[in-house]
Design a protein. Structure first.
Length: 218
């Protein structure tokens, strides 16, 4: 654990600091405040894992579009897409109009769902396992989530969560238990905005969504 653990906590603190503030977006999965507030981080992780398993087990029958439709409500209820979208563009968020912010959140959510629908495209007897939770800076919690392959190998898909108005929600995914997807997106998105502006970022994100659909069905 040592230095790697400390580095991860520092990175998490930085990402959380970038996204502080009130962000609201009307839509499915955001209005269920009372019910969601009762859910613990582990419960949210279990809901995501169950949705992923359903998509994996029925991957071939559903196809890409079916997996997308299956995962869309699950991810809307387990991820804090407004928070994640804000962090992904860093200081550029404050320069956007409310309409641009809302558009970014919607496209960010669609791209996130498309990514999961493309990645979890088959089933070979895998299971999910939650190994515990680790407290993080600013009241966040890291759920130690694993995908267990049939050969016994565990792939870390750790879930960073924070509690907001809608209850506990996922705000980052650490693949192999160490690579922050949100930090990667922030590096990529801010570079695109600085080079091509906000329209350029939306165009790049829309192309990725279209590519996931085309390659997954191909």
């Amino acid at each position: 654990m040592g230095c790697g653990f400390a580095l991860r906590r520092t990175m998490i603190a930085g990402l959380l600091g970038l996204g502080l503030g009130s962000i609201c977006l009307a839509g499915p999965g955001v209005a269920r405040v009372a019910a969601a507030a009762e859910e613990a981080p582990r419960t949210v992780a279990e809901k995501l894992d169950a949705g992923l398993l359903e998509a994996m087990k029925n991957a071939k029958t559903l196809g890409y579009d079916g997996r997308y439709r299956t995962l869309e409500p699950v991810l809307a209820e387990t991820f804090d897409f407004p928070f994640m979208a804000r962090v992904s563009v860093g200081r550029h968020w404050r320069k956007m109009s409310e309409a641009e912010q809302a558009r970014l959140v919607k496209v960010f959510a669609r791209l996130s769902i498309a990514t999961f629908a493309a990645r979890f495209d088959g089933y070979g007897g895998e299971t999910f396992e939650i190994a515990g939770e680790e407290p993080q800076p600013r009241g966040a919690v890291l759920v130690l989530n694993r995908l267990i392959k049939t050969n016994g190998k565990a792939v870390g898909i750790n879930l960073l969560m924070r509690e907001g108005e809608a209850g506990w929600r996922i705000i980052d995914v650490f693949l192999d238990a160490k690579f922050s997807e949100l930090a990667t997106k922030r590096s990529e998105y801010t570079a695109v905005i600085e080079r091509d502006g906000f329209p350029g970022l939306l165009e790049a994100m829309e192309k990725k969504i279209a590519n996931f659909a085309a390659t997954s069905e191909g």
